[in-house]
Every structure is written in structure tokens, then in C-alpha cells.
Ligand binder design. Structure first.
Ligand SMILES: [Zn+2]
Length: 481
């Protein structure tokens, strides 16, 4: 799990780590089009790939979280549930090492479990409620206007300032609104999706508590994923709440079976100016801030602290890794230099800028090379002993550096005019930092580089430094999870 392995570097996990780093480096070069001499950490930052030691850390954590989700009847459960593995002296397995590494950040006993067998509610003989999700905005407004149910229940769950809460509001004509709140806890343990399901469960509880029989109910949520959970096989994180909601709905159905009771779960777009929607939004904010209704008013399932959501735990760990990467990168020499150009590194901003469709892959590669400061200009070629001197071939100045090439070379002055004009339009000074930072300048910069036509001759000299088979195919990689 550690990048600075204390033992010999040619064997064991250190060797694997090195091999994976090499592999990822090849991918980063293919994404950015950087040269073979480009430093690995700068390539990772440009391609927005989590450095491989952190990536391995991420995979190990994900594996442990998945194992922590195993139910009691799984053979691995007994191994995982003993969090303290220090006492295991003999036959230590990889699982024990994993538990050792993450004992502070994950408690397998407090993670939600996923059942081994699935139960798809759609396949059930009788659904305890109908589900309505309008396909477009018109049918949504039409449906909202023609709502015929006597009682409208609005549920909502949200995260605010790192805290998660859920609330439900029941509106019946001529009666005061009935409201329930539940503060779930911090965002590193619970997700908004889970809060939405808690909201639906609270709504069903209020419906269950209604004395008057023979009424029609509409339970409204603004989260389609939470409603669609009832159409899945209920084996994802947070779905234990949906299973409990189904159980409760069946119970209500049975109790009111001789009346005209009917329940429809409806999707309502949030913030549509509907009175109940706005009220529940306000109440959910109150719940997120920390307010919970009296425990006796809540369903028994929600009275004890809720189990930790594996998705939230993984997300929190990934955020920690990203933060670690950012700190390491910004404290490195190259990171400090690149920070002057773009304060958002490491991020996918640069990758998005050079992935525009009207930039050719080879131009995008050259812009990446400018950023990586490894580009076949003579000062670079001299440094890597591919040229006898660092002189500028165009004006015979002493050194052909990136600054000279982009800003000062008198031979290119007339071609630089269009670039300078674009910078002037934005009322900014013509500096290296601004040229390489601003996404709007990518196209003028690309045109300037292409107008030089100097990299084709340089390229011939430096083929041994570039990757032979690099297609320089630029793609935006998805953000690491
Ligand atoms: Zn020059």
C-alpha cells in the first residue's frame, strides 16, 4: 500500500508497483501525447490519472468494502467481522493484511449488507403500490394538475455542508400538515440516494399512521433513482431501506384491504413551484442541519443508528486519495511550476481543453508537450544530446527555449500577431502562463504552432525520444471514482 517500499525494489510488491507504474505511464503518454522523457508525475497530472500507488490503494479499499458488504451466511463473513486481526498469528491471509491497513477508516460490522439471494418486487404476485414516472415535462405538469389522490405526501432527502437529512410532509385538505424529520449523519457515511429512500420510508410510515381508512394517497419524491429502486432486484447499497419500505407497504395493504385504499408513488420534478415540494425542501434542510423528530414518532426501523453506506465510504476514501495526490503534486518541484500555469491541477480541465474536435491529435500532443516542458525545441534536444547546440534555427539566438519560441523569436513575429490579438481581446498580458492556461487560447495556440512547421523537422531528429507507435489519440478520461 506504500509507494516508498522499504525492501528490495526488484521483488515482491515493490516490483509489481513498478510494473503497474510503467503500464500507467504508457497510458498517460498515449492520452497526452507527451514525449518519452516526460516525468511520470507530470504525465499523470496532465492525463488526470491517479498515480499508480494511490490507484492500488483505491482498488484494495474497494475490495475490502465489497467484502464488508457480505451477509452473515457468506463463508467469508466470519473472517471479515473480526476487525482486530492483530491476534491472528498463523495462516494470515491477504484479507488480514487489508483489514490491518484500513482498520481506522472502515468497520466491517457497521457496513450495510447485501443479501445473497435477490427478490425482485416486480415479479411479486401483487405490488403494494403503483409507480408513476412521467416521461416528459408536459405530462409531468398535466399529471400534477390532475392529481386526484386525496392525500399528498411529499418526501425529500438532501446533503448540505457535508451532512445528510430526510424529511416528509403529509398534506390533507382542511387538516394541519404532518411532518417527520430524520438526520442521518455525515456525508462520508450516508448518501443522498439513501436519504431519499429514508424519505419514502418515512412517508409510508405517516400513511400507516393515518386513521381514516379508504383514502387514496400519492407519495411524491423528486428522485427517480430512489423510485426506480423498487423496480430493481434490491441488491445495491441503501436498498435495505427499500426492502423495509416494501414490507411496510405490504403491511398497510393487508390492513386496509377491505377499504378503498390506494397508493401511487409519483415522481415530481423538484422546485416546480408546487406548495408541498417547497415545504418538504425546507424541512429536509432542517433535517440535514441536525434536527430529528421524536424517536417514538419514527418507524422502529429508523430509531437505531443507520448502517454505513458502502458507496459513501468509498467516495470519502477516494476524496482522501485525491487530496493526498494534490498535496504531493503541489509540493513537488514540477507541481509548483505547473501550479503557476494552472492552479486547478491535477484536474481534467486541461484534458477537456485539448480534446476539442477542431484540434488535430498532433497539435493537441504539441500543446501537452509545451505544458510538460518536454518539446523538441533545440534547448530540449541539446539537453538530451540529440542536437549539437541549443541555437534557434530561425533567428540564430543563443537558446531556443519555449519562452523564446512562443514570445520572442523575431522570425515568427508576423505569425504571432493573431495569437497576440486574441490575448489582447481578453485584456490580458501575453505571458507563457496565460497562453498555456486559458482554454480559449488552445485553438489560436494550435494554429500558431502549426504555422511554424518546425516540429516536423525537429520530429525527424528526435524520433528516438518520441513513442514510435503513439497514435496521440486524445480522449477525456472519466474522473477517478
Ligand atoms: Zn528564434
Amino acid at each position: 500500500m506504500q509507494s516508498d517500499h522499504p525492501g528490495p525494489r526488484a521483488i515482491g510488491s515493490a516490483k509489481v508497483m513498478r510494473q503497474l507504474t510503467t503500464l500507467q505511464r504508457a497510458a498517460a503518454m498515449a492520452i497526452t501525447g507527451g514525449l518519452r522523457t516526460s516525468p511520470t508525475n507530470a504525465l499523470d497530472a496532465c492525463a488526470f490519472l491517479l498515480p499508480s500507488p494511490l490507484n492500488i490503494n483505491k482498488c484494495c479499499y474497494r475490495a475490502l468494502t465489497r467484502m464488508a458488504m457480505l451477509p452473515e451466511d457468506h463463508p467469508l463473513h466470519s473472517t471479515i467481522k473480526h476487525k482486530n486481526t492483530q491476534e491472528v498469528k498463523h495462516h494470515r491471509m491477504a484479507i488480514h493484511h487489508l483489514l490491518d491497513c484500513y482498520q481506522d477508516s472502515i468497520d466491517p460490522n457497521k457496513i450495510e449488507k447485501i443479501p445473497a439471494t435477490s427478490h425482485n418486487p416486480i415479479l411479486a404476485v401483487k405490488n403494494p403500490f403503483a409507480i408513476s414516472i412521467p416521461v416528459d415535462r408536459e405530462s409531468l405538469t398535466r399529471e400534477a394538475a390532475n392529481a386526484e389522490e386525496e392525500v399528498q405526501v411529499f418526501s425529500d432527502g438532501l446533503a448540505m455542508e457535508g451532512k445528510v437529512g430526510a424529511a416528509v410532509v403529509l398534506l390533507r385538505a382542511g387538516k394541519p400538515a404532518r411532518i417527520l424529520h430524520l438526520h442521518l449523519g455525515l456525508e462520508d457515511k450516508h448518501t443522498v440516494h439513501k436519504a431519499e429512500l429514508v424519505g419514502i420510508l418515512l412517508g409510508l410510515h405517516l400513511i400507516n399512521m393515518e386513521r381514516k381508512n379508504g383514502t387514496t394517497f400519492a407519495l411524491r419524491s423528486d428522485n427517480q433513482a430512489a423510485i426506480k429502486a423498487f423496480q430493481s432486484n434490491l441488491r445495491s447499497p441503501g436498498h435495505h431501506l427499500a426492502r423495509e419500505a416494501l414490507r411496510l407497504a405490504h403491511q398497510i395493504n393487508y390492513r386496509k384491504r377491505k377499504t378503498k385504499y390506494a397508493l401511487t408513488i409519483r415522481w415530481t420534478a423538484g422546485h416546480e413551484g408546487i406548495k408541498g415540494n417547497e415545504a418538504v425542501d425546507r424541512e429536509a434542510k432542517k433535517a440535514a442541519e441536525g434536527f430529528t423528530s421524536d424517536l417514538t414518532l419514527l418507524p422502529s426501523y429508523l430509531r437505531k443508528p443507520l448502517l454505513t453506506n458502502p458507496s459513501a465510504v468509498k467516495k470519502a476514501h477516494n476524496d482522501r486519495l485525491k487530496h493526498k495526490w494534490t498535496t504531493i503534486w503541489r509540493n513537488s518541484r514540477r507541481g509548483r511550476k505547473m501550479h503557476q500555469i494552472d492552479s486547478s491541477t491535477p484536474s481534467d480541465k486541461f484534458l477537456k481543453a485539448i480534446s476539442l474536435t477542431n484540434i488535430t491529435p498532433s497539435t493537441a500532443s504539441l500543446i501537452s508537450q509545451l505544458r510538460l516542458t518536454h518539446i523538441p525545441l533545440n534547448s530540449y534536444l541539446k539537453r538530451f544530446k540529440r542536437a549539437d547546440n541549443a541555437r534557434c534555427p530561425a533567428c540564430r539566438a543563443d537558446e531556443e527555449t519555449i519562452v523564446h519560441f512562443l514570445l520572442f523569436c523575431p522570425t515568427y513575429a508576423h505569425k504571432r500577431w493573431a495569437l497576440a490579438h486574441q490575448v489582447k481581446k481578453q485584456k490580458k498580458p501575453l505571458t507563457i502562463e496565460f497562453l498555456l492556461r486559458d482554454p480559449n487560447l488552445v485553438i489560436p495556440l494550435g494554429n500558431y504552432i502549426n504555422a511554424m512547421q518546425c516540429f516536423t523537422s525537429h520530429g525527424e531528429q528526435s524520433t528516438s525520444l518520441t513513442q514510435q507507435s503513439t497514435p496521440h489519440h486524445i480522449q477525456v478520461t472519466p474522473q477517478p471514482e
